[in-house]
Design a protein around this ligand. Structure first.
Ligand SMILES: Nc1ncnc2c1ncn2[C@@H]1O[C@H](COP(=O)(O)OP(=O)(O)OP(=O)(O)O)[C@@H](O)[C@H]1O
Length: 247
């Protein structure tokens, strides 16, 4: 599998504390990957680096076939280059319907000048319906987003991110606060989304990670401690020691 994202020798120090320590790993084109690790392992900082929020002290981060350096791009440029990030808490517009939220996300793809005069066309409505179907909200289009369940809001936000057509989607703890049924639907959704783009999921819930059925990267003290199937990494004595043993 050729790499879509290549992180190589990256380190970040906050006030003398090395949060990311010579971190190297790759995500393949169209790969689904789970990232796990104990609190403070550097999972959030890793996502902050890829999305341009935090700049590393050393190392390289490249993206796409032309190996564009993400370190020289702004957060907005990185998003436009094809990296989408789903934060833990949903940030949908609660007073707007599901349709309006998705339309806004389509609009955000346009230049400021074109947004000013933009009116949704038939094909935009078709796109909204397709996005809603992708995230299990096809029958919720007319509902106010504020009335959706927590899980449905998360899905709506994923749908809004998909409107930007990211090649890499970073998802931070999607299962948190969801019911079991919602968690199961979210797993299926992420597996499905990874058929057409790379998806990296940071998650604490081991059952959720198991259902993703993908390669797992274990971070510890800012470096990769182990990598492979969930069974492989959870059988690693070092992983048991630093992570599972504490749970
Ligand atoms: N802006 C910052 N300033 C100082 N220290 C920071 C900053 N951001 C992160 N850290 C520290 O870096 C380490 C890694 O943090 P990070 O949030 O990336 O871990 P994490 O794996 O996401 O943890 P969690 O599972 O608790 O979310 C932690 O010790 C954290 O306190």
């Amino acid at each position: 599998m050729s790499a879509l994202l290549e992180v190589s020798g990256v380190s970040v120090t906050f006030d003398g504390f090395r949060a990311i320590n010579n971190l190297s790993f790759n995500i393949g084109i169209g790969e689904l990957r789970a990232v796990i690790g104990p609190n403070g392992a550097g999972k959030t900082t890793f996502m902050d680096i890829v999305t341009g929020k935090t700049r590393p002290d050393t190392g390289t981060v490249t993206f796409g076939e032309r190996s564009v350096s993400l370190l020289s791009l702004s957060e907005a440029q990185i998003a436009r280059a094809g990296v989408g990030r789903k934060f833990q808490r949903p940030t949908v517009f609660e007073d707007q319907s599901v349709t309006e939220n998705l339309l806004m996300a389509l609009k955000a793809n346009r230049s400021p000048w074109r947004v000013l005069f933009w009116k949704p066309k038939v094909e935009d409505m078709a796109r909204v319906q397709a996005l809603a179907a992708q995230v299990g909200l096809a029958d919720q289009l007319a509902r106010k987003s504020g009335e959706l369940s927590h899980g449905q809001k998360q899905w709506l936000e994923i749908g809004m991110l998909l409107a930007q057509e990211p090649r890499l989607l970073l998802v931070d703890e999607p299962a948190a606060g969801m019911t079991l049924a919602e968690r199961e639907q979210t797993t299926a959704m992420l597996v499905d989304l990874a058929k057409t783009r790379a998806v990296v999921v940071v998650e604490h819930d081991m059952e959720f990670v198991r259902r993703l059925n993908c390669k797992v990267t274990v971070l510890h003290e800012g470096s990769v401690l182990a990598e492979g199937s969930l069974d492989h990494v959870t059988a690693n004595p070092q992983v048991i020691d630093v992570y599972l043993g504490r749970g």
